[in-house]
Design a protein around this ligand. Structure first.
Ligand code: MSP
Length: 511
């Protein structure tokens, strides 16, 4: 059983400012990192994010901005770093592909694979789309237009270097199947639908070798190939290596060494479905060719859309996460993204849906439970939390049911997160307890207990509410760190400390 946990996000292109899609992966990775730190201890978890700074897209964006590449990327990188701070992202490291530690590892990896005979030189002829940086095979184009962006294609013929993906196709198919039955992994590629998609693709298509170079005369902004001064590395061969360049090195015998990429670590890559093939086909084969073990899980989540449409800078509909945080608060934004859509599926983003979640789950359910409990502790016990053990106390059926749920909550949250990264389900389990407890207040009518001087019952009842909030609050910590802290402050000690409501309702327009 792994006792360390290494989690990564994609490294983001710095050709434009971050939007909510980027923040989604980082918030999800942050919740998993925080959750594992609690179980394994902080020093046994490593959380990496960063930026992808080479390639045509970045070159073009810097040219458009009238800056040198490095000036341009230095500027955009800080936007990402500032946003992660604002969202309380607890990454342990931040890798940039322009850093020397990364460049060195990419070049070494290329040398090793080249030395093994898995990279060869060949003439390349094809139809090329410059803005998309993609070569299209004849079979996929009907006119001279790019099938993706509909701009015109150029016919190009040049010498390039190719990585033998095809040689490892059968190995990869077998590897994916073999890991299906491994209880430590469940599926190597997740969710299961994505595993089936990758396997289906591999079983029905012959993999073509991957062109991993670009001639410098066409693109100079990249890492030079160690075996050809006329070429730079294709941006994906460069970018994927960040996952190992940030946490380790090749030794003199070409063996990769890392404390975060060894047999005692569970290695998880989170990414969006748009880059599944790069992570579930190219990357496993690159690692295999390098003699490095595979990650444990490659999880591809869905996309956030705006009015069912793709979000992008060019469509002008990209939502700025910082604005959402200013408007609703960090935890509300984090909660919404993790709760509203099961991880893996697409979701539709709108401010109305945030307000709905806010008023329902946060103001009415959680906020109300905390507020009414604090009020009662103050009113009946002058803010002293009744001192008793709920597990040694007998309650009525509803109270016993809540006790039972509280005892199992941690296990249920763990089960939802451990293998399926199902944040939405984990939060649903927490909210089940919150809803039951709120219902219990209405059922019990504590004001009557007080009137009838049923003090023993009232004390037990209030202590049950306090414990329910404490336990739910502790489980919330990976998802909503600030809220968990506030709960601890208000109800964590022997005395209740009442502040204002945590989530005052947002008034929507009256009909
Ligand atoms: N640089 C590459 C990744 C290299 S990883 C070795 C790249 N960068 S990107 O800036 O385009 O960001 C890609 C990632 O951002 C997606 O995989 C996904 O994690 C996230 N998202 C971008 N737009 C998104 C949505 N609309 N919705 C959800 N996530 C999305 O590709």
């Amino acid at each position: 059983m792994a006792n360390k946990f290494y989690i990564t996000t994609p490294i983001y292109y710095v050709n434009a400012s971050p939007h909510i899609g980027h923040s989604y992966t980082n918030i999800a990775a942050d919740a998993l990192a925080r959750y594992h730190r609690r179980i394994l201890g902080g020093s046994n978890v490593w959380f990496l994010t960063g930026t992808d700074e080479h390639g045509q897209k970045i070159k073009k964006a810097s040219d458009d901005a009238g800056l040198t590449e490095i000036e341009f990327v230095d500027n955009v990188v800080t936007q990402f770093q500032d946003l992660w701070k604002k969202l309380e992202i607890s990454n342990d490291d931040f890798i940039r592909t322009t850093q020397s530690r990364h460049i060195k590892t990419v070049q070494r990896a290329l040398e090793i694979v080249y030395g093994k005979g898995d990279i060869y030189e060949d003439k390349y002829e094809g139809w090329y789309c410059t803005p998309c940086e993609t070569f299209w095979p004849r079979t996929q184009i009907s006119d001279n237009m790019c099938p993706d962006c509909r701009r015109s294609l150029e016919k190009i013929s040049e010498t390039n270097y190719f990585f033998k993906l095809s040689k490892y196709q059968d190995w990869l198919i077998q590897y994916i199947k073999d890991t299906d039955n491994n209880p430590e992994r469940i599926y190597y590629i997740q969710p299961a639908s994505r595993r089936n998609e990758v396997l289906g693709f591999l079983e029905n298509n012959k993999l073509e070798d991957l062109c991993i170079s670009r001639p410098k005369e066409r693109l100079s902004w990249g890492i030079e190939l160690p075996f050809s001064a006329k070429h730079v590395t294709y941006v994906w061969f460069d970018a994927l290596v960040n996952y190992i360049s940030a946490v380790g090195e090749f030794d003199k015998q070409d063996i990769y060494r890392s404390v975060w990429w060894d047999k005692d670590t569970k290695v998880v890559h989170l990414l969006g479905k748009d880059i599944l093939r790069h992570h579930a086909v190219y990357w496993p084969i690159m690692l295999h060719a390098l003699g490095i073990r595979q990650p444990d899980t490659i999880f591809a989540h869905g996309w956030w859309m705006i009015n069912e449409d793709k979000m992008s800078k060019s469509r002008g509909n990209a939502v700025n996460p910082a604005e959402m945080v200013d408007k609703f608060g960090i935890d509300v934004y984090r909660y919404f993204l993790l709760r509203d859509v099961p991880f893996g599926l697409d979701g539709n983003f709108s401010e109305e849906s945030i307000v709905k979640r806010f008023n329902g789950d946060l103001a009415n359910d959680l906020g109300n439970l905390i507020y009414r409990t604090l009020t009662m502790v103050e009113k009946y016990y002058s803010a002293k939390i009744p001192d008793l053990d709920i597990y040694k106390t007998k309650f009525d059926v509803s109270g016993e049911n809540i006790k039972n749920k509280l005892q199992n909550l941690n296990k249920e949250v763990q089960a939802s997160l451990n293998w399926n990264d199902d944040f939405s389900l984990a939060l649903e389990k927490i909210w089940e307890v919150i809803a039951l407890t709120n219902k219990y207040v209405e059922e019990t009518k504590p004001w009557n207990l007080a009137k009838e001087s049923k003090d023993e019952q009232l004390q037990a009842f209030i202590r049950l509410l306090v414990d329910a909030i404490r336990i739910a609050g502790a489980e919330l910590a990976p998802f909503m760190p600030k809220t968990a802290e506030a709960v601890l402050l208000q109800l964590g000690g022997l005395e209740a400390k009442k502040g204002g409501p945590l989530f005052p309702r947002i008034e929507t327009e009256k009909k």
